[in-house]
Design a binder for this molecule. Structure first.
Ligand SMILES: Nc1ncnc2c1ncn2[C@@H]1O[C@H](COP(=O)(O)OP(=O)(O)OP(=O)(O)O)[C@@H](O)[C@H]1O
Ligand SMILES: [Mg+2]
Length: 152
C-alpha cells in the first residue's frame, strides 16, 4: 500500500496504525534517505506498542540497537546507518532480537538486507518535496498484490 503524508504528524499516525496491526516477533525494515521520516514513523509504532516516552525515541546512530520496554512487548530499534556491511553485525547478536517476541524496527535496513528474516514488513520512504513523503508499506516476499499488507 502506498500513502502520501503531508506532515510529520501524519507519518507518526501511519506508524501508529502499523504498530496496532503488527504482532510480536514482526520485523519492520525502514528504507529511505536522511530525513525521510523513518524515526518519526518509528515513534508512531512505539506509541502503538505503549512505549512510555515514545516522543523521545530517536535515531540510535551511535549504538546499533536501542531497547524500549512496553507493557506487553519490547521494541528493538536498530539503526544500520553506520554499517559498512552485514559483517559489522557479527557481535551484535541481532538474531536474538529478530527471532524473539519483541518487535524489531530497522532504520537503514538496506545496508544489510541479508541479515533480515525473509518474512518482514518493508516500509520505503521518498521525499516528495517540502513536507510531503511517499510511504510504501509491503510484506516482503509477497509477489501477489492482493496479499499486500493492508494497514488500514
Ligand atoms: N511528512 C513528513 N513525514 C515525516 N517527517 C517529516 C514530514 N514532513 C517533514 N518532516 C520532517 O522531516 C524530518 C524527518 O526526520 P526523521 O528523523 O524521521 O528522518 P529519518 O528518516 O529517521 O532520518 P535519519 O536517516 O537521519 O535517521 C523531521 O524533521 C520531520 O519534522
Ligand atoms: Mg532516523
Amino acid at each position: 500500500m502506498r500513502y502520501v503524508t503531508k506532515s510529520p504528524e501524519q507519518t507518526l499516525k501511519l506508524g501508529y496504525r502499523l504498530g496496532k496491526k503488527i504482532k510480536s516477533g514482526n520485523v519492520v525494515a525502514l528504507i529511505g534517505e536522511l530525513g525521510a521520516g523513518k524515526t518519526v514513523f518509528t515513534k508512531g509504532i512505539a506509541k502503538a506498542l505503549g512505549v512510555k516516552g515514545y516522543e523521545y525515541v530517536n535515531s540510535p546512530s551511535f549504538v546499533i540497537v536501542k531497547v524500549y520496554r512496553a507493557k506487553k512487548t519490547s521494541l528493538y530499534h536498530f539503526d544500520f546507518y553506520r554499517l559498512k556491511s552485514s559483517s559489522d553485525l557479527a557481535t551484535v547478536g541481532y538474531e536474538d532480537y529478530f527471532y524473539s517476541d519483541g518487535v524489531s524496527v530497522v532504520e537503514w535496513a538496506d545496508r544489510a538486507m541479508d541479515v533480515l528474516p525473509d518474512k518482514h514488513i518493508s516500509v520505503k520512504f521518498k521525499h516528495l518535496g517540502n513536507n510531503k513523503r511517499e510511504i510504501a508499506v509491503e510484506k516482503s516476499k509477497c509477489k501477489n498484490k492482493k496479499l499486500q499488507y493492508k494497514i488500514f
